[in-house]
Design a protein. Structure first.
Length: 196
C-alpha cells in the first residue's frame, strides 16, 4: 500500500468512526479534517465529493462485515452449525467496539431508505447480497434434512433480519440490558419452528 492509499485508508477509518455515531449525513469535511489533522482541500483531493467519501465509508464497513461475520461463518461446516455461527458473529458485530454508535450500515439504512442515488443503490445491493447469503445457509439446512423441506429460506432470512434489527433498536436506542439473550431466544424459536 503506497502513502496515498495509506492516507486514504486512515481517512476512511476516521470517517467510519464518525458515521457510526453521527450518521452519513453527519459526516462533515471540516470535522474530518480536524480529526485527521489534514486540510479540507487535502481531504477533498482524496475523494472529490462528500458523496464519494460516504460511499467509501459504506464500502469499508461492508468489507469489514464480510471479513468479520460472513467469511468466518462460512468456514463452519454447512448446516445448523454454520447458521448458528452466522447469527452469533452478526450479534457480536452489532456491539463491536469498532462502532461506538452501532452498525453504520443500519444507521445508513434509516438515512437512505427514501433517497434515490448511488449511496442507496449500494446499500440496497449489499443488503440484498447479505439476505441472499443467509437464505443460502438456510437452504443448506433444508438440504441436509435439519430443516423441514417446506421452509422458505427467504422468509427465514427476513425474520432473522428482523431479529437483528430489533436487537439493534433495543440495544442502541432503548439501552435495554439482556437484549442479546432475547435475540438468541428469538433465533432459537425461529430455528425450532423450522426443524424437520
Amino acid at each position: 500500500m503506497n502513502k496515498g492509499e495509506q492516507t486514504r485508508s486512515a481517512i476512511v477509518a476516521t470517517a467510519v468512526d464518525l458515521a457510526s455515531v453521527q450518521g452519513l449525513d453527519g459526516l462533515s469535511i471540516g470535522q474530518l479534517a480536524a480529526r485527521t489533522g489534514m486540510s479540507k482541500s487535502g481531504l477533498f483531493a482524496h475523494f472529490g465529493s462528500k458523496q464519494a467519501l460516504q460511499l467509501a465509508v459504506l464500502e469499508d464497513v461492508a468489507e469489514q462485515f464480510v471479513a468479520e461475520v460472513l467469511r468466518p461463518a462460512l468456514k463452519v461446516p454447512a448446516g445448523l452449525g454454520r447458521l448458528q455461527a452466522l447469527f452469533d458473529r452478526w450479534l457480536d458485530w452489532a456491539t463491536a467496539e469498532a462502532f461506538p454508535g452501532g452498525c453504520p450500515l443500519v444507521g445508513a439504512t434509516m438515512e437512505l431508505d427514501d433517497r434515490p442515488g448511488p449511496l442507496r443503490d449500494y446499500l440496497a445491493a449489499a443488503q440484498g447480497t447479505w439476505l441472499g447469503s443467509i437464505a443460502r445457509v438456510v437452504q443448506g439446512c433444508v438440504d441436509r434434512g435439519e430443516f423441514a423441506a417446506d421452509v422458505d429460506p427467504d422468509q427465514f432470512a427476513f425474520e432473522l433480519n428482523g431479529i437483528y434489527l430489533a436487537h439493534h433498536f433495543s440495544k442502541r436506542l432503548l439501552r435495554e440490558s439482556g437484549v442479546a439473550t432475547r435475540a438468541r431466544a428469538a433465533f432459537d424459536h425461529l430455528v425450532a419452528r423450522s426443524r424437520a
